[in-house]
Design a protein around this ligand. Structure first.
Ligand SMILES: Cc1cc2nc3c(=O)[nH]c(=O)nc-3n(C[C@H](O)[C@H](O)[C@H](O)COP(=O)(O)O)c2cc1C
Length: 220
């Protein structure tokens, strides 16, 4: 089976691409509305891009065709365009219900943080606060916004600093404790994944490969 993307409608492309690139991390982005209230919305077209410089990317779509705000930028996009500042709050298992409620199409400028009663903590270097419940919160400044036609922009943010919940990262090694960090990944549509079985496979040297052969032929 092969799909030529030019032959597919926008929604079909979304289903195919976003259904295949899974599980995706979820950025619950906090940003300031024009009146200073705090907006929160989830984005799974999201990933870390670089550590030097420290960059992450967010894919922001305009409101969908079926919405009564069809074609308008989302509040997050408007807020980042206005202020250049935002916080990416990583979503873990206990945050899943509130994350989903943050995607409700509240009227423009209405604060999900206030409607849902989410606790926040002040950021150190940007104006939008972070969500107190989040295991990792990245304070970000917009580096560049790439606009691709009327529907999609990609924001590249520079990560200024990271807040980490106590007990998640070893301060000496900076290793993340995967027994304590329980991230949520987005699968297709309304489906989400939790951390399941884990496996560690260190990359070997070419010399070790020459001696021992492909990993798939090894027992463990
Ligand atoms: C798990 C999840 C992931 C989402 N990812 C994206 C995304 O990557 N890009 C996007 O434009 N909208 C995404 N959405 C939809 C927005 O969160 C939704 O349109 C939200 O109401 C936007 O809020 P805002 O107008 O306050 O920015 C996602 C929704 C959910 C539930």
């Amino acid at each position: 089976m092969y799909f030529h993307l030019a032959d597919l409608a926008r929604k079909q492309r979304y289903k195919l691409i976003a259904g295949a690139v899974v599980p995706r991390p979820i950025a619950l982005v906090t940003s300031l509305n024009a009146d200073g209230s705090c907006n929160a919305a989830p984005f799974s077209a999201f990933n870390y891009m670089s550590e030097d410089p420290p960059l992450l990317a967010l894919g922001l779509q305009v409101h969908p065709d079926e919405s009564d705000r069809a074609g308008e930028p989302k509040d997050t996009a408007a807020n980042i365009a206005r202020s250049g500042e935002f916080v990416v709050n990583i979503v873990d298992e206990p945050m899943l219900p509130d994350m989903v409620d943050c995607a409700i199409a509240f009227p423009p400028g209405e604060s999900e943080v206030e409607r849902l009663g989410l606790a926040t903590e002040p950021s150190l270097h940007v104006a939008p606060p972070r969500l107190a419940a989040s295991p990792f919160a990245f304070e970000c400044r917009r580096k560049v916004t790439l606009d691709f036609g009327p529907f999609r922009s990609i924001v590249i943010g520079e990560i200024v600093g990271v807040h980490v919940r106590d007990g998640l990262v070893d301060p000496a090694t900076l290793n993340v404790d995967l027994d304590r960090f329980r991230p949520v990944g987005r699968l297709a549509g309304t489906w989400y994944a939790f951390q399941g079985d884990r496996t560690s496979r260190p990359v070997r040297t070419a010399a070790a490969f020459a001696q021992d052969g492909p990993l798939r032929t090894r027992r463990s």
